[in-house]
Design a binder for this molecule. Structure first.
Ligand SMILES: Cc1cc2nc3c(=O)[nH]c(=O)nc-3n(C[C@H](O)[C@H](O)[C@H](O)COP(=O)(O)OP(=O)(O)OC[C@H]3O[C@@H](n4cnc5c(N)ncnc54)[C@H](O)[C@@H]3O)c2cc1C
Length: 377
């Protein structure tokens, strides 16, 4: 019986599990939540940092504020995971659980794209978005190339949002006429499960003069020549490169031997790995859904229900992984959404809700409700 639950990573997945276990608060349950960061940052806040709308301090919700009955928050770096023993080592000690949930997210593999670190910026990490913000703010003339270096990547609409918000930013400073924006994406269309969303984004790119290069991936940068090399060996010159680095599970997960092809395989219905008592949720796992916070949270909910059912001799949960709403910044303060459903029918679908004030309000509520639930703020 899982009396001691070890949650590795306090992102969307880990925070949701810790919250649900704390709320149910069965007697004797000990939950340990471990994260190396100072605080939680919503993925979409990185775009606010990139475009100078907020500082890192403003968007980071400190883990010091997390006070959940029955949950011990440990701010340490996990240095080794022994999945069979459900034990981890950190820079501060050792922890063991009856159940262990790996929720460590996806990391970035800069080496996979030669020249990226030296010749380009990235906006997918907090530090990267902060650095790139200075380059964006100073940019006045030339070619900005937004380039995706590998799939899968977090939040498939995010680079499209970056292109539209960049167009806004350059217009606001009166320099758009002197700038070219192009956008390389490995998919055939911007949001593959939703032709309607893709069409709306493509129309918006066309209206704004943003050049979309679909079906291509950036494989390398040549910093000397300021050139990006694509996977068909063609080259594109740039003055500023804003990249989405190739993703993979964090090194500590890869070193544990539990990953296959870069991620942790799980049963998408239960989020169980092959090892007893070991689960993986969110971006670190291969669960057949996009890498997005909303799916990591949904997976966390399933695991929390599983653990509680086991502890309280209750029924196992209904499984809903595969449905979730992603919000998309369309520029000019407009927000659209796409309701992804990978479960209900034979086809993966995505229903598009056009930009509106109501959707913008929904996105804002999405953030503030999580903040309130997870941090009591
Ligand atoms: C620009 C951008 C925009 C996005 N927009 C959206 C959006 O609008 N909607 C949406 O749903 N998703 C969005 N996302 C995606 C979303 O942020 C991620 O999919 C989500 O955070 C994944 O949740 P997770 O719990 O799997 O991992 P994470 O939230 O990444 O959490 C993993 C945690 O593990 C910790 N960790 C990692 N390694 C260690 C270690 N060795 N020791 C200790 N701790 C460790 C990290 O510090 C981190 O806190 C966006 C992402 C980006 C980059």
């Amino acid at each position: 019986m899982a009396r001691r639950v070890l949650i590795l990573g306090a992102g969307f997945g880990g925070l949701e599990i810790a919250t649900l276990l704390s709320e149910a608060a069965p007697a004797d349950l000990e939950v340990t939540l471990i994260d190396k960061g100072e605080g939680f940052v919503f993925g979409f806040s990185k775009l606010d940092v990139l475009f100078g709308k907020a500082s890192v301090e403003q968007v980071r919700i400190p883990y010091a504020d997390l006070a959940k009955p029955g949950v011990r928050m440990v701010r340490e770096t996990i240095t080794a995971i022994d999945p069979e023993a459900r034990r981890v080592s950190t820079d501060g000690g050792e922890f063991e659980g009856d159940a262990m949930v790996i929720a460590l997210g996806a990391d970035y593999d800069f080496e996979a794209t030669p020249g990226l670190a030296a010749g380009g910026e990235e906006f997918y990490s907090v530090a990267g978005a902060e650095r790139a913000a200075a380059a964006v703010a100073a940019f006045e003339r030339g070619h900005v190339l937004i380039g995706v270096c590998g799939a899968p990547f977090k939040c498939p609409p995010a680079p499209s949002e970056c292109a539209l918000l960049l167009d806004d930013e350059l217009h606001a400073r009166g320099v758009r006429e002197q700038c070219r924006i192009s956008f390389v994406i490995p998919f055939g269309r911007p949001v593959p499960p939703s032709p309607e969303t893709s069409a709306a984004l493509e129309a918006e790119f066309e209206r704004r003069g943003i050049e979309l290069i679909p079906g291509r991936r950036v494989t390398a940068l040549d910093p000397e020549r300021s050139v990006a090399v694509l996977d068909d060996a063609s080259e594109l010159g740039f003055d500023l490169f804003l990249g989405v680095p190739k993703h993979r599970a964090p090194d500590v997960v890869l070193a544990s031997g539990i990953a296959e092809d870069g991620y942790v395989p799980v049963d998408p219905a239960t989020l169980r790995t092959e090892l007893p008592g070991v689960y993986a949720v969110g971006d670190v796992a291969t669960a057949g859904v996009p890498k997005a916070g909303v799916f990591a949270e949904g997976a966390g909910r399933i695991v929390a229900q599983e653990l509680l059912a086991e502890l309280l001799d209750g029924e196992s949960p209904g499984r809903h992984l595969g449905q979730g709403t992603c919000y998309i910044e369309f520029g000019d303060g407009r927000v659209a959404s796409v309701e992804i459903d990978f479960l209900s029918g034979p086809e993966r679908t995505g229903i598009f809700n056009a930009p509106s004030e109501a959707v913008a309000a929904e996105k804002s509520e999405f953030g503030s409700s999580r903040r309130a639930r997870w941090f009591g703020a």
